[in-house]
Design a protein around this ligand. Structure first.
Ligand code: SME
Length: 164
């Protein structure tokens, strides 16, 4: 299997996400192991967009626990409602942070991180619960906007279908 997620540089951000989603859906077709899917999602996002840190925290009891990621080492556990990740979990919605120093309770895994987006991934079916969060950090301020939110939420829907 030879699959490159390097995308043509002349594309707009929206076009890049469109191309990414098409390719990613094909990549995870028929894969039923959640760790494998999270691992390849992290690798693909990292390769396609060059994000500083991209990975998953999985809901385990009252905490989020570090899952597959690409980037430097990160904290293992985040409590419900704490930091950007715990807030996205508690609110059940995407949190976009243009400047992490302005976010009360932000958990700094790297001093180089400047902005962040965290997108919850829900279980499918009637009981729609957050099962994990996708966390992406940038070393630049205000990297993430509504385009990122929109497409990463679409990615989260793909992940929901394949993970659970
Ligand atoms: N900044 C996150 C912690 C995880 S690291 O960014 C990888 C937070 O505040 O929840």
């Amino acid at each position: 299997m030879e699959q490159s997620f390097v995308l043509p540089s002349e594309l707009t951000k929206a076009e890049r996400y469109e191309a990414f989603l098409r390719q990613f859906e094909a990549l995870v077709e028929g894969v039923d192991d959640e760790i494998s899917v999270m691992a390849n999602a992290s690798a693909a996002l990292h390769e396609a967009f060059g994000f500083f840190w991209v990975g998953f925290y999985r809901v385990k009891g009252e905490e989020l626990v570090l899952g597959p990621f690409q980037g430097s080492v990160a904290c293992y556990r985040i409590k419900y409602g704490r930091g950007v990740c715990g807030t996205a979990w508690a609110q059940g919605q995407t949190v976009v942070v243009p400047d992490v120093e302005q976010f009360p309770g932000h958990i700094a895994c790297s001093s180089l991180s400047r902005s962040e987006i965290v997108v919850p991934v829900f279980s499918t079916g009637e009981k729609r619960e957050v099962r994990c969060v996708l966390d992406i950090d940038s070393e630049h301020y205000a990297t993430f906007d509504d385009t990122d939110r929109c497409y990463l939420e679409r990615l989260a829907t793909v992940l929901s279908r394949t993970l659970y």
